[in-house]
Design a protein around this ligand. Structure first.
Ligand SMILES: Cc1cc2nc3c(=O)[nH]c(=O)nc-3n(C[C@H](O)[C@H](O)[C@H](O)COP(=O)(O)O)c2cc1C
Length: 217
């Protein structure tokens, strides 16, 4: 086929099983993913973190602008500073910002303004979305693009046998300052990554059934 721009043949992925079998196995793996709030301080190698970020960086994005930055923090002093900043925002959240309904919705997770995992987890991946390209150009569908990339990051972390917490101390402006990020990078999510603490427990929650989330026409 004649192209106006360079193209190459698609390299396909062969799961080595039928689509039914491969998709069933993947769904089973994904059903084991849980948000964890009790982390071990057991180290995770830089190589592992590089691999999970590379998986995230393979995500689709509007016009392939890849409007994301993954700042991976392992420095204990910096993690401590981030913990202090997050806890200051969270204290405001729990005492003033969150309305009664939001607080009631959070009760089952037993979360408080205390965030020790921000120091205990061996890595904090701070995700920034780019309001412009690094060269000052336009970006498109930024929230959708970064959301997809983070979804892939969470899958990669889980697939590596590690756990994560999708954390949103709000507002997150303090992260830009602490991490010295430029103006066009906006904090998006703060994701501690590591191994679960021994005896780690997670809240009992329900996921909606397929009949609730899927419509077949
Ligand atoms: C965008 C987003 C923001 C979240 N923010 C927080 C948070 O700030 N603190 C927290 O403890 N959990 C947070 N969570 C985790 C959710 O509470 C958790 O995903 C939900 O309860 C479902 O549990 P599961 O991830 O184990 O399936 C967040 C999740 C998402 C997707």
């Amino acid at each position: 086929m004649a192209h106006t721009h360079p193209h190459i043949p698609l390299r396909s992925f062969d799961p080595g099983a039928s689509p039914e079998e491969a998709s069933r196995r993947f769904a089973e793996i994904m059903r084991l993913r849980r948000t964890v709030r009790m982390f071990s301080d057991r180290p995770v190698s830089e190589e592992t973190i590089r691999n999970v970020v590379a998986a995230a960086g393979s995500a689709p994005s509007g016009a392939n602008k890849q409007p994301w930055r993954f700042v991976c923090v392992r420095d204990p002093a910096l993690k401590k500073t981030i913990r202090e900043g997050a806890e200051a925002e969270e204290r405001e959240f729990y005492t003033r910002r969150a309305g009664p309904e939001w607080l009631a919705d959070l009760q089952q997770f037993e979360t408080t303004s205390e965030k020790p995992f921000l120091e205990i987890a061996p890595w904090l991946i701070v995700v920034f979305k780019l309001a412009k390209t690094d060269e000052g150009g336009h970006v498109y569908y930024v929230n959708e693009s970064v959301g997809i990339a983070v979804g892939m990051l969470l899958c990669a972390i889980h697939h590596a046998g590690l756990v994560s917490l999708t954390h949103t101390p709000s507002p997150m402006g303090f992260l830009s300052k602490m991490l010295g990020r430029p103006e066009h990078e906006r904090p998006y999510l703060l994701i501690p990554v590591g191994y679960p603490a021994e005896g780690c427990e997670v809240p009992v929650i329900e996921k909606k059934g397929l009949d609730e989330i899927m419509v077949l026409r």
